[in-house]
Design a protein around this ligand. Sequence first.
Ligand code: SAM
Length: 291
Amino acid sequence: MSRPTLGNPQNTIEILQKYQFTFQKKFGQNFLIDTHVLDKIIRAADIGKDDMVLEIGPGIGTMTQYLAEAAGKVIAVEIDKNLIPILTDTLSGYENVQIINEDVLKLDIQRLVEEENAGRPIKVVANLPYYITTPIIMGLFESHVPLYSVTVMVQKEVADRMQTGPGNKDYGALSLAVQYYAEPYIVANVPPNCFMPRPKVGSAVIRLTRYEKPPVEVEDERLLFDIIRASFNQRRKTLANGLNNSDRLDVPKEAITEAIQQLGKGPSVRGETLTLEEFAKLSNSLWQYMQ
Ligand code: SAM
């Protein structure tokens, strides 16, 4: 095993020049060049030699080197074929790293965990490509991939959305979906100068610790999420209107009115004031009409 050699601007520039690499904007390529931030991510991810880590988008392998030092095994999935020779070079000192040249959204992660970790839960760690943050995170949770935690760099605004509750302007379907599956914790805010090239937005590291069992019980997960989506689709409308206008909810108007009343709320209540527990209650009241 060798010590990490990447993580500072000089070495990153050297590697990029050696391979005449050009950044592809469409892949959300902003590489980390700050060793303090890298240390923070690794500490927050709480990785040990028993862990298998899935890294999404290793770039030139900066964080991968740190992960390989800490974990038993690292699987790094990178879409950009131009980065593969670089990764083969920068990770040549690590025997516990497997590089996969694939679009992570097309990868059967469930099968990967089955084959490479005997179905035992993994830890996901990444400096995510921001253009697909939500599909990556929701895909991991909704497909029920065995997971301990997801520790990721995301756009600051998205981290806030994942962590916030009712009454906040950032509260929405993503907050509820994430909080149904995991406990969010913002580890650090990260300014643009920690990346090459600098992104236009601020970033944050968030750790999502997967619940063994969701904090609320629902008869039908899909119905819960259909209701949540319908409630936030038309933000300026009342909850009742949002639900009545949804083409995925075939429920009589009276049933919606009654279910809202049962929550102890008035007819003009808006979806953005409801907690996850209240959405779960609403979903269980309406479930009988969907049978
Ligand atoms: N981990 C590196 C770092 O911290 O320096 C790079 C992070 S960069 C923000 C995002 C990485 O994800 C890039 O290397 C990009 O090519 C890769 N990527 C973008 N879309 C992807 C996808 N659909 N599947 C796998 N990797 C992807």
